[in-house]
Design a protein around this ligand. Structure first.
Ligand code: XMP
Length: 319
């Protein structure tokens, strides 16, 4: 009888066998996969594990703080929190090509991680939250397009470069199994059940150049949107929902004044695996209520639109 408790115990045994009494460094992104991997490895080898959280400043509202407090206070896992927001935002300002944005973020992530890992020193193993679909995708893409649609953000190549061995305890799992394992390890439901979130974060939800101001506006709109979705009880029906801040300003009227502010697009899709997706069919009243809240509460947005594109031909993210 296969249960997650059994998997957990076996995985812990395997990790202990693999690493012995060596030191392990784990890169945290703030997401579910790397967090579950880290907590599992910590159960196996305790403080032989050090986590490095490269905070690129592109996470959603409150997420970075949540990860830091969860690791330090709830689990007591040694964590280096690298606040690299300035570096990332400076590199992205004025860059509007989506592929260059993705590659810049990937490169900075690796450089930042490498520099911190170097400071720790003496670790033979690098831990990653690689899932089974990531393994398949990097090996072959049978029947898929022969062109790169989007460069995915991952740390491929990093272990060889750093001369480290890999620990990947989630390699055989699918997303729903990682969630079940997260539950088994006591991670909070609102964390484990979160919608997928792309490595390059909010930068790819700000088409065009990214700035700290735009990221702040986007974070606020996104938080209101997700709050409304949770209040309406729709969160678990939706594969992914998020706000996008368009690099377009439009004219509006507020009180007896003219406004000239950004447009916010709302996206929500249903999907099984992210490879294909349908746009989510909201009630118009839900969209109207959410739009009103965003425009009233977020300075910098005066118009909200809803994306009714499915995948294909659209992708889920806008960049
Ligand atoms: P698209 O936009 O290609 O996205 O339809 C499919 C799924 O992949 C997520 N996504 C990423 N995930 N790193 C990730 O870990 C990335 O660079 C990345 N880009 C897109 C996207 O959010 C959706 O779930």
């Amino acid at each position: 009888n296969w249960t997650m408790a059994t998997f957990r115990d076996m995985a812990i045994e395997r990790i202990r066998e693999q690493v012995g009494d060596s030191r392990v460094i784990c890169g945290l992104s703030g997401g579910v996969d790397s967090s579950v991997a880290a907590v599992l490895i910590h159960e196996a080898i305790g403080d032989q594990l050090t986590c490095i959280f490269v905070d690129h400043g592109l996470l959603r509202l409150g997420e970075a703080e949540q990860v830091v407090s969860m690791f330090r206070e709830k689990y007591n896992i040694p964590l280096v929190h690298v606040d690299a927001e300035n570096t990332f935002v400076a590199a992205l300002e004025g860059e509007s090509d989506p592929e260059i944005k993705r590659k810049t973020i990937g490169r900075l992530f690796i450089e930042t991680f490498e520099a911190e890992a170097g400071k720790i020193g003496g670790a033979d193993f690098l831990a990653q939250g690689t899932l089974y679909p990531d393994v398949i995708e990097s090996v072959s893409f049978t029947g898929g397009p022969s062109v790169t649609i989007k460069s995915h953000h991952n740390v491929g190549g990093l272990p060889e470069r750093m001369n480290m061995k890999l620990v990947e305890p989630l390699r055989e799992l699918f997303k729903d199994e990682v969630r079940a394992l997260g539950h088994e390890l006591g991670l909070p439901e609102h964390f484990v059940g979160r919608h997928p979130f792309p490595g390059p974060g909010l930068a790819i939800r700000c088409p065009g150049g990214v700035s700290r101001e735009k990221l702040d506006i986007l974070r606020q709109a996104d938080a209101i949107y997700l709050d409304e979705i949770r209040k309406a009880g729709l969160y678990d029906e939706i594969w992914q929902a998020f706000a996008v801040l368009l690099p377009v300003q439009t004219v509006g009227v507020m009180g007896d004044g003219r406004t000239y502010e950004f447009v916010c697009a709302l996206r929500a899709v249903t999907s099984v695996d992210g490879m294909t997706a349908d746009f989510y069919h909201y009630d118009m009243s839900f969209l109207g209520k959410t739009a009103t809240r965003i425009i009233n509460e977020v300075r910098g947005i005066n118009r909200v639109v809803y994306d009714v594109t499915s995948k294909p031909p659209g992708t889920i993210e806008w960049e």
